[in-house]
Design a protein around this ligand. Structure first.
Ligand SMILES: [Zn+2]
Length: 232
């Protein structure tokens, strides 16, 4: 089931207290409208009537989409520096709910689910776009590495990520995005043939193992050195 609580959020622009529906769990099979809202970037969008601006508090929720075969632990972007411990926790959560530690009936469901962890709205949304387009997320990440190696003018800096925005028959729209603000820094299309060539090229020894060493399948795991959380 889908679970949400009404929470308050302080407008980062004017300081007004705003209310929004904060989801801790989404079942996209029962609520496909919520899935559409994630793709449409409107889930949890808060409009501040005082300053007339819109904001999206970061996601922190568990997403189940049996129809599309995906289970996602969606973390806020500010957790990404601790991706290793969050990945471990999410892996255990999945194992207990649908994996090796779950009852047989749940394992049966789990056998058709791919578990993933994401950080921030853009990465979360991207996993749904990939599933919808029938692509493979490891291959999408390898395509990004090809873009990083060959394309000029990539705005590479901390907090900036390359994300797939949509996939059409011939072209795939990519965006360099500020992962915290959601601001688009650059958008460009790549030929679908580039992705296909990555798929046909087979394994990249060393790279494949690194990218798919856990459920955080993202080039960011090769870039961001995780740090332990400060004790509370
Ligand atoms: Zn405001």
């Amino acid at each position: 089931m889908s679970v949400f609580k009404t929470r308050t959020f302080t407008c980062p622009d004017c300081g007004a207290e705003l209310e929004f529906d904060n989801y801790s769990s989404i079942n996209a099979d029962r609520r496909p409208d919520l899935r559409d809202e994630i793709i449409g970037r409107s889930l949890s969008l808060v409009h501040c009537e005082t300053c007339d601006k819109e904001f999206r508090p970061e996601p922190h929720l568990n997403y189940l989409d049996y129809k599309n075969g995906v289970w996602i632990m969606a973390h806020p972007i500010y957790d990404i520096g601790h991706w290793d411990e969050d990945e471990e926790k999410a892996t255990t959560l999945f194992a207990n709910a649908y994996g090796e530690n779950a009852p047989a009936s749940a394992r049966e469901i789990g056998s058709s689910l791919t578990p993933r962890i994401t950080f921030g709205w853009a990465a979360f949304r991207e996993k749904l776009v990939i599933k919808e387009a029938g692509l493979d997320d490891l291959m999408v990440e390898k395509t990004k590495l090809t873009i990083l190696a060959n394309r000029e003018g990539n705005p590479i800096e901390a907090g900036v990520e390359l994300r797939l925005i949509n996939a059409r028959e011939q072209a795939m729209r990519m965006m360099w995005i500020n992962a915290t603000t959601g601001e688009s820094l650059q958008q460009f299309d790549i030929q679908r043939a580039l992705y296909d060539s990555v798929v046909e090229g087979g394994a990249w020894p060393g790279i494949d193992e690194k990218l798919s060493a856990g459920i955080f399948v993202d080039t960011q795991r090769m870039v961001i050195e995780p740090t332990p959380r400060e004790p509370a």
